[in-house]
Design a protein around this ligand. Sequence first.
Ligand code: PEP
Ligand code: MG
Length: 334
Amino acid sequence: IQKAFEKSSLLPATTLDGKTLKVYGNIGGPEECPGVLGNGGAGVGLYRTESLFISRDKFPTEEEQFQVYRRAVEAMQPNPMIIRTLDLGGDKMVSSYQYAQEEENPFMGFRAIRFCLEHTDVFKDQLRAILRASAFGEVQIMYPMISSVEELLRANQVLEEAREELRNRHAAFDENIKVGSMIEIPGAALVADLLAEHCDFFSIGTNDLIQYLLAVDRVNDRIAHLYQPNHPAVVRTLERIMDVAREHKVPVGVCGEMAADPIYVPLLYGLGAESISVTPASLPEIKYLLRRMKLKEAQALAKKVARLSDPESIYMTLSAFYAKVMGDLFKEES
Ligand code: PEP
Ligand code: MG
């Protein structure tokens, strides 16, 4: 089985009805780029930049960040890379950090874009570093934890200041850089039509979206059984975001763990995802699956699943589709 996966990882993710789908890898630093390429990723759909910031007591400078982002961008050439701005807080804050504060509900607290919009000096350093890296390959910027149009506008304002500063410095960067908003808060999903007016793409973060939608702490083992990507509320929310995105002609990707589970991959593309971004180790199996299904069938599957009313039947329907597509492979093995 492993051999079959490896073989398809090097081939394009083209479905049986001839649609080549975008399958990207998630990374946490430039050292992970070879893993994405080696497993057949067509780019990076989520570069989590937090590792540069945690486990130390001083923020990295613009220059320091630029060097790291540039290395990542160069390693991925000629493939695109979405760099996400700082998502400190929640599960990504270390206690020794100079800005760390005790919070009763860190996942609903002072994290990500909330932190950046208060510490705009830190935010702007990072934005300038990312912008400068965009002179070395196709880079897109993405904001985490956007919950309202106002936050998106404020973030874009800081970005504009960062660009202006670079222009004054005559530093090279991509003037047409694309800017996206993560959709990982239910409120953002509900105003996706408004957000679409002010960004170039969406990326759905299912890890947080599911946690907030179902009020289930994503790191609490006691309630892990309630953390259900197959909950009808999740399917409906995804459907709604994708429909709005299609209407507004905003491409939408999915970068949470749900996208890395091959059971859910046909559903995501069937609902209208333009791309998915997953942990590199999941790429080969996903590409194998995509090369053996028709997008048309995935669309029919999504339509069917969106009408189901309980998690169990959603899961069974998706599993049956997966088993049918993968069927030959498992038969060949036994
Ligand atoms: C998500 O929330 O789905 C996501 C991709 O971001 P993170 O896991 O880094 O919070
Ligand atoms: Mg998240």
